[in-house]
Design a protein around this ligand. Structure first.
Ligand code: GLC
Length: 531
C-alpha cells in the first residue's frame, strides 16, 4: 500500500456534532470553544483526529449541511479566530482536524444562489440546476418534490434534500473552480482532511434518471482531490458503496479519495429508516466479513464504524441497551474496532448512549423526521408515527452530550439546550460511567490503547476463524511477528472450543478461563497468541 494510504491505519477519528458537544457561552448550543475545552478528553479516549460536522455559516435548516459561506464560521459556533485556536490546540496535542465538505448543495441563503435566482442572465444562474418544468419525478430526501418553483426566473430549481438546499451544478467548470479554491482555503489553514458529504450526488443524469453516480462523478472527484498538493490530505467520502464504485473511488491509483464509508451493516434491523425488523448480529458480521475480504483483496482502506449523526444508536437496535448495555456496547466496539480499517467513533458512543423516548413531536428537530411526519400524518395513526420517529429519528444521536448527571448535564449553563437531552441522560452520562464499576469509556480507553500499542491490530492481516459458528464472531489479526485472537460472543450464552490459547489482553467480563469455554451474552475477549 502506498505510504499515504498505509498511514491512515494509524488514525482514530472522533466525530463531533458541534451543536451538541459542549456549550461554552451559555446559549444552549455547542461551540468551538466548547470543543477546545474537551480536546484532552478526546485524546484520553485514544483518538488522534476529529471530524467536525459543518461549522460554516449557515441558516441551519439541516444543522449546517446548508452552507451560506464556505469560508466563514457560523456565529453560533464562534469566530474564525476560535477556529484557528481550535486547530492550533488540536495540532499541539497531536490531533488532526477533518472538515465536512458539503459540495452537492449550498444553502438558498448562499450569495451564489441569492444572485442565481434573480435572473436567468445573472452570472451565477448557471451555478445551479434550472428548468421550466420539473425534469424528473424525484422525491426530495426531506419530503416533497425535488423541484421548487422560483418566481423571478419563472423556473424550477433542483434540491435533492430540503428546499433550502439547492443542488449545485457541477457540470459548470466555474463551480468546480470554486470548490477547488474552497478546499485550498482550508488546506492552507492547515486542516488535515475532508469528509465529503453525499459526494456521489455531484454528477447526475436527468435523462437516464440518475440522481447520483452520474457519468462525470469520478472525473469531478479527481479534478478536486487528485491534485498533487493534496496527496497527504485524508479524505473519506459519503458515496455509493457497491464494490465497483468503491474500487473506482478509492483505488490507490485513482487519485480520488482515500476511503469511502460503507454503511450496509447499519441497515440491518430496520426497513427504511423508521421500521424495525427482526435481525441477528450474525447479519452484521457477514457484511463485515465480506468487506474485510474485499478490501484486503483490492488493497483498499475500510472504515470501522457503528454510529454517526444520521442514524439512531446501533447498540439500541442491535445490542441490549438495558440489562446488558455495558456488555453489548463493549462487545460491539471490540468486534468492529479490531478489524482492519480506520476507526470512527461518534460522540457518546464511548459512554454507551442509547435511543430516547419522547411522547411529543416538539422534542424533535431533525428536518428529515419532521418531513416524514408531514408526509405520513393522516396515513399512519399518530401514536404509531411517533413510535416510528422515536425509533428512527436522527435526533437520537444528535442530543446534547451528557457530561454528568446534573440537570444541564455539564453541557451548558443555559436553562434549556437547543434540543432536549436524551431521555436517559440521568442514567447515561460520562461522570457516572467513569465512576461505575463497569465503565464503557474505560473499556474504550483500553481498547484503543491496545490498538495503539500493537502494530498488528493496525496493519496486520485479518482472518476469520470458525466461520460456520453462529451468534459469535471470532477472528485473528497477524503479521510475521504477532498474532492476536478476538472472540466476540453475541446474544446467547454458549461454549466455544477449538481455539488456540494465549494470554488474555482484554475482556468485558471478569474472564478467568482461557479462550475456550463458556461465554456469557455479549462477552468478548482478546488474546495474545504471539509465541
Ligand atoms: C449527509 C449528511 C446529513 C445531511 C445530508 C444532506 O447525508 O450526513 O446529515 O442531512 O447529507 O447534506
Amino acid at each position: 500500500m502506498k505510504k499515504e494510504f498505509l498511514d491512515c491505519y494509524d488514525l482514530v477519528v472522533y466525530q463531533i456534532y458541534p451543536r451538541s458537544f459542549r456549550d461554552s457561552d451559555g446559549d444552549g448550543i455547542g461551540d468551538l470553544c466548547g470543543i477546545i475545552s474537551k480536546l484532552d478528553y478526546i485524546k484520553s479516549l485514544g483518538a488522534n483526529a476529529i471530524w467536525l460536522c459543518p461549522i460554516f455559516k449557515s441558516p441551519q435548516c439541516d444543522n449546517g449541511y446548508d452552507i451560506s459561506d464556505y469560508r466563514d464560521i457560523d456565529p453560533t459556533y464562534g469566530t474564525m479566530a476560535d477556529f484557528d485556536r481550535l486547530l492550533a490546540a488540536a495540532h499541539e496535542k497531536g490531533i488532526k482536524v477533518i472538515m465536512d465538505f458539503v459540495a452537492n448543495h449550498t444553502s438558498s441563503e448562499h450569495e451564489w444562489f441569492k444572485r442565481a435566482r434573480t435572473s436567468r442572465e445573472d452570472p451565477y444562474h448557471d451555478y445551479y440546476y434550472w428548468s421550466e418544468k420539473p425534469l424528473t419525478d424525484w422525491r426530495a430526501e426531506f419530503g416533497g418534490s425535488t423541484w421548487e418553483y422560483n418566481e423571478p426566473t419563472g423556473e424550477y430549481y433542483l434540491h435533492s434534500f430540503a428546499v433550502g438546499q439547492p443542488d449545485v451544478n457541477w457540470t459548470n467548470p466555474k463551480v468546480r473552480e470554486e470548490y477547488k479554491a474552497i478546499v485550498d482555503f482550508w488546506v492552507e489553514k492547515g486542516v488535515d482532511g475532508f469528509r465529503c458529504d453525499v459526494l456521489d450526488h455531484i454528477s447526475k443524469d436527468f435523462e437516464k434518471d440518475m440522481r447520483r453516480n452520474g457519468p462525470h462523478l469520478h472525473e469531478y472527484i479527481r479534478e478536486v482531490f487528485g491534485r498533487d498538493h493534496l496527496k497527504n490530505i485524508y479524505t473519506v467520502g459519503e458515496a455509493e458503496t457497491t464494490e465497483e464504485s468503491i474500487l473506482a473511488t478509492c483505488g490507490q491509483d485513482r487519485r480520488e479519495l482515500k476511503s469511502v464509508f460503507q454503511f450496509s451493516h447499519l441497515a440491518v434491523g430496520r426497513k427504511g429508516r423508521y421500521t424495525p425488523v427482526p435481525h441477528k448480529m450474525d447479519e452484521v458480521k457477514d457484511i463485515l466479513v465480506d468487506w474485510q475480504r474485499f478490501t484486503a483483496e483490492h488493497d483498499l482502506l475500510y472504515i470501522l464504524l457503528t454510529d454517526n449523526h444520521d442514524r439512531p444508536w446501533f447498540n439500541s437496535r442491535m445490542g441490549d441497551d438495558r440489562a446488558l448495555r455495558y456488555e453489548s456496547a463493549t462487545c460491539v466496539a471490540t468486534m468492529v474496532y479490531l478489524l482492519k480499517g480506520i476507526p470512527f467513533i461518534y460522540q457518546g458512543q464511548e459512554i454507551g448512549c442509547a435511543n430516547s423516548h419522547f411522547s411529543d413531536l416538539s422534542a424533535f428537530n431533525d428536518v428529515e423526521c419532521l418531513g416524514y411526519y408531514e408526509e405520513e400524518k393522516g396515513n399512519i395513526p399518530d401514536a404509531e408515527l411517533l413510535e416510528q420517529i422515536n425509533f428512527g429519528s436522527r435526533d437520537n444521536t444528535r442530543r446534547p452530550f451528557a457530561w454528568d448527571a446534573t440537570p444541564a448535564h455539564g453541557f451548558t449553563t443555559a436553562s434549556e439546550p437547543w434540543l432536549p437531552y436524551a431521555s436517559r441522560s440521568e442514567e447515561i452520562n460520562l461522570a457516572d460511567d467513569i465512576a461505575g464499576e463497569k465503565s464503557i469509556f474505560r473499556f474504550y480507553e483500553s481498547l484503543f490503547a491496545l490498538r495503539g500499542e500493537r502494530a498488528v491490530l493496525r496493519y496486520g492481516e485479518w482472518t476469520q476463524l470458525q466461520s460456520e459458528k453462529e451468534d459469535c464472531f471470532i477472528y485473528l489479526r497477524e503479521d510475521g511477528k504477532e498474532r492476536i485472537l478476538v472472540v466476540c460472543n453475541f446474544e446467547k450464552k454458549q461454549t466455544i472450543d477449538g481455539l488456540p490459547e494465549g494470554k488474555l489482553l482484554l475482556s468485558n467480563y471478569k474472564r478467568t478461563s482461557g479462550a475456550n469455554g463458556e461465554y456469557a451474552p455479549y462477552e468478548c475477549a482478546v488474546y495474545d497468541l504471539t509465541e
